[in-house]
Ligand binder design. Structure first.
Ligand SMILES: [Zn+2]
Length: 499
């Protein structure tokens, strides 16, 4: 990996915190290092005589992070929390909030104590794909020891928060040397550190490069990708899948479909059952993708198995927050179908699992893929659950998860309709000319045909189907053309007359 550090760019970020922000954005710029709120960074600095830890806020995205997304805490008492034997994550969060030196500062990352524990001014944590492809494997621990040695000792899997921080500190104390530039976190990711933001960032790249070189030396870097998509796809079947998954979820979900050759090749692997049912590369992915993808077209059976898994590890605690419907489906014909309460969340699930595919393929090419034990995945799912409910509880977006299709006549008659529907949370399929600047919205899809049958296919590939058709009373060919697709709607479908 090549360092993206650019002195000219860096000079635009003033002070130590500015440099920390710049290096964090460089990490966030590379999707192979972190995705969608994953990973975190920190800076320790003296401020009016006291050591302060600036740590990335929970949920903030490294790619777009700013100084305001770093939570400033008193370092010494934060470190002191590690000596309290009975501390759990809930109590940790409460105590850390009390150590914030700025009122109204954002909530500090779950990994704050890990950052506090390590004795370096800058600490970076990512879920780098290449590291996971190396270490998430049956012999990953011994491979990691050989590849990284004292440069980055291996920390056995521990749940994020207090336990992981304690394990990192113990391993660093026991095995750290002057040559140590990071730690490898089994089934989770990697930590790097250094005297400056640039040092820590470039140490991260050194560790990732070691992993990439190892994978390449074992012929495990290139992804198989021999399958081109079939031209004919059963789009009504896809819409039916969305209908069934939405019913099991208890809410309408948007579907996104990935059919690139590597994804199709993965969905057609003969060992798919074994390699896809271990779990994702890092527990954060389970939050959006669920622990495992569905491999058949049977959402009810998936949900029954998923309920058992959640119940086994979480008792009743999951019920208010998690539904047992799949978020990722792998299918030899369709490829990867990702589900989310909005197009944005479906995209996140698709992108995260696309990275899991690479991790799993590469791990399987040099060893046998493995992931964190399922109990920890369940805990991670619960810890971050609730984002779907908060998205759905917004009274301004009653159409969230639903797909609205505008006929050419409806779009012409009511030029503000597409914009109003998007504002209400709907995914919108409309003539491209009617969308204008809205066409770049991930929740909008523009079509350029006058053929209703072609638009049913486009709506299914864009969002998984259709729930509401807006048509002029005279457009009987559109009403007829959409009949079968609307029967497979995720909600009670309807046709709205635009006159
Ligand atoms: Zn992490």
């Amino acid at each position: 990996m090549k360092s993206l550090w650019n002195e000219h760019e860096a000079a635009g970020f003033s002070g130590e915190l500015g440099q920390r922000v710049y290096a964090s954005r460089l990490l966030g710029r590379d999707a192979c290092l972190v995705l969608h709120g994953g990973g975190n960074t920190s800076l320790k600095t003296a401020d009016s005589g006291e050591d302060i830890l600036y740590v990335k806020a929970s949920g903030a995205d490294l790619a777009s992070v700013g100084p305001e997304h770093f939570a400033p805490l008193r370092l010494a008492p934060a470190r002191g929390l590690l000596d309290e034997p009975d501390l759990d994550n809930r109590e940790m969060k409460r105590r850390l909030d009390a150590l914030l030196v700025k009122p109204g500062a954002p909530k500090p990352s779950i990994e704050t104590l890990l950052h506090a524990a390590l004795p370096f001014p800058c600490v970076d944590h990512t879920h780098a794909d290449a590291i996971l492809a190396l270490v998430n494997s049956e012999h990953g621990a011994s491979i990691a020891n050989t590849v990284f040695g004292e440069r980055a000792p291996l920390v056995p899997y521990r749940h994020s928060g207090v336990e992981l921080a304690r394990a990192c500190l113990a391993v660093f104390r026991a095995r750290g040397t002057p040559r140590t530039i990071g730690l490898i976190l089994q089934f989770h990711g990697v930590v790097s550190f250094g005297a400056s933001a640039r040092d820590s960032y470039e140490n991260m790249l050194r560790l990732v490069t070691l992993a990439e070189d190892y994978l390449a030396s074992r012929g495990a870097w290139e992804l198989p990708g021999a399958f081109a998509p079939d031209p004919g796809v059963d789009t009504l079947g896809l819409a039916q899948l969305r209908q069934q998954v939405s019913r099991v979820a208890g809410k309408p979900l948007i579907a996104r479909i990935l059919r690139d050759p590597a994804t199709l090749a993965f969905a057609r692997r003969s060992d798919l059952v074994e390699i896809s049912q271990q779990g994702p590369g890092t527990p954060q992915h389970a939050v959006f993708c669920r622990r495992v993808p569905m491999l058949d077209r049977n959402p009810s059976a998936f949900a029954a198995r998923y309920r058992n898994y959640l119940q086994r590890h979480l008792g009743e605690d999951w019920k208010p927050f998690i539904d047992p419907a799949p978020r990722v489906v792998l299918d030899p014909e369709w490829g990867l179908v990702a589900f989310g309460v909005s197009p944005g969340y479906a995209d996140i699930a698709a992108e995260l699992y696309r990275h899991d595919i690479e991790i799993i393929c590469r791990a399987s090419a040099h060893d046998r893929y493995a992931s964190a034990p399922e109990a920890f995945m369940a805990q991670a799912e619960l810890e971050y659950a609730g984002f779907e409910q908060s998205a759905r509880s917004d009274p301004a977006t009653p159409l969230l998860g639903q797909v609205a299709v505008l006929t050419p006549g409806a779009a012409a008659r009511d030029s503000g309709l597409a914009s109003r529907l998007l504002d209400q949370g709907a995914a919108v399929v409309a003539p491209r000319s009617a969308l204008g600047a809205l066409a770049s919205d991930p929740a909008a899809h523009g079509y350029e045909t006058a053929d209703p049958a072609a638009v049913t296919v486009e709506a299914t590939f864009a969002f998984g189907g259709s729930d509401i058709l807006y048509a002029n009373p005279g457009e009987t060919n559109w009403r007829r053309g959409f009949g079968q697709l609307l029967e497979r709607s995720a909600v009670a479908s309807r046709i709205e007359a635009v006159a």
